[in-house]
Write a protein that binds this ligand. Structure first.
Ligand code: PRP
Length: 183
């Protein structure tokens, strides 16, 4: 049977799981207050946001729905083309809905720019973006984000949904990875 080692080598913890949990709880309370009396649709962007979306959805504790969509960037982490495409669409209409897009990380900003363009054509009542990690220094496209968990330095990070080659998504901490080091 093929044996696959997780690639790279884990380095220091950037944000401990407890700190993430506290911040997610805070974001949930802010969203709960901002959306009081409304019934928003949370949309997690696969795959990386599935952990954050599940926790934020529960932390907000609103009468609300959760759906997912998948997007992918051509060119992997280097993303030379900057082209973003839809790999899995929503299962419900967002027309007239208050929509909160939940992302694990904003890097160049291209994914969020794409999602804003794509979803605006579907006539939601409102469209907000909630991002756990903001790699500010990497921005190529200016995009407005409504809720941010942490601004982080330009380092390769994994955990709490973020991966390298599909691994490390199940770590509770957000940790730095040396992607080229042997495991
Ligand atoms: C990550 C992340 C965002 C995107 C952000 O997804 O989840 O969707 O990159 O980068 P950008 O701001 O430069 O567009 P990734 O392509 O790693 O896929 P995954 O979520 O399936 O791991």
């Amino acid at each position: 049977m093929e044996r696959r080692e997780p690639p790279g080598r884990l380095g220091r913890v950037l944000i401990a799981g407890q700190e993430v949990a506290t911040r997610v709880a805070d974001l949930g309370l802010v969203i709960r207050r901002d959306y009081a009396g409304r019934f928003p649709l949370f949309v997690g962007v696969l795959k990386g946001a599935f952990v954050f979306a599940a926790d934020l959805f529960r932390a907000a504790a609103l009468p609300s729905n959760l759906d997912f969509m998948g997007v992918s960037s051509y060119g992997g982490s280097a993303r030379p083309s900057g082209i973003v495409r839809l790999t899995a669409d929503l299962s419900v209409s967002i027309e007239g809905r208050d929509v909160i897009i939940v992302e694990d990380i904003i890097d160049t900003g291209r994914t969020i720019a794409y999602l804003r363009r794509n979803l605006a054509t579907r006539h939601p009542r409102s469209l907000a973006f909630c991002v756990l990690l903001d790699k500010v220094a990497r921005r190529e496209v200016e995009v407005a984000v409504d809720y941010v968990g942490f601004a982080i330095p330009d380092e390769f990070v994994v955990g709490y949904g973020l991966d390298h080659d599909g691994y490390y998504r199940n770590l509770r901490d957000v940790a730095v990875l040396d992607p080229s080091a042997p495991a």
